[in-house]
Design a protein around this ligand. Structure first.
Ligand code: AMP
Length: 214
């Protein structure tokens, strides 16, 4: 099961990706998490990526494509994976397709979690991320059971710089320009499935499971 998650920033695709990964026991691969780990560890890649991320811009394809394509070649990916946040541009999608084709496989589904722009900014201002393990919560829709610390590791929860309202507006316009064309791209491959992301997260998940098990 090789799945790509699509959707605007804040549509809830990361939450759904984690739920799918847990149910079907495949790795959840988030390009954003890979960059954040690099930033936390002070790597050269992290330093470069941060410059773009803090402005709500995409990290250039040259820094992104090889990193993710290498990750999906790891042994834990042989039964599939959920890609969250990658691809985000047509060249990234083409590079992924080419790498998969070379390995004799291909994607099974591109799941588009659809949420209108109006809902996104409100949603993202309520998002909280763990400074330790990167787990994400929402103060209304998915609060941490342990208050303002992470349920998983106990570290502090914060509003990420890139979730601040002014950055969210930029990320949304970048999404429409560079990432939304992927909807048509995967529709053209007949693997696109769209779910209504405005529903409760458990209902979104149920809709996705129905698609995957049809
Ligand atoms: P995310 O956690 O997926 O929302 O990603 C956070 C930020 O990381 C994005 O706003 C981008 O700056 C960067 N990023 C993550 N994935 C990609 C990607 N596939 N291509 C370019 N930039 C990315």
């Amino acid at each position: 099961m090789k799945i790509v998650m699509l959707g605007a920033p804040g549509a809830g695709k990361g939450t759904q990706a984690k739920m799918i990964a847990a149910k079907y026991q495949v790795p959840h691969i988030s390009s954003g998490d890979i960059f954040r780990t690099n930033i936390k560890n002070g790597t050269e890649l992290g330093k470069k990526a941060k410059e773009y991320m803090d402005q709500g811009l995409l990290v250039p394809d040259e820094l992104t494509v090889d990193l993710v394509i290498d990750r999906v070649s790891w042994d834990d990916c042989k039964n599939g994976y959920i890609l969250d946040g990658f691809p985000r541009t047509i060249p990234q999608a083409e590079a992924l397709d080419a790498a998969l084709k070379k390995a004799g496989s291909g994607l099974d589904f591109a799941i588009n979690v659809d949420v209108p722009d109006e809902n996104i900014v409100t949603r993202m201002s309520g998002r909280r991320a763990c400074t330790g393990c990167g787990a994400t919560y929402h103060i209304v829709y998915n609060p941490s059971k342990t208050g303002d610390v992470c349920e998983v590791c106990g570290d502090k929860l914060i509003l990420r710089d890139d979730d601040k309202p002014e950055t969210v507006q930029k990320r949304l316009s970048v999404y429409h320009d560079q990432t939304q064309p992927l909807i048509e791209y995967y529709d053209g491959q007949n693997i696109l499935k769209t779910v209504d992301g405005t529903q409760d997260m458990n209902d979104v998940f149920a809709a996705i499971v129905t698609i995957l098990e049809a």
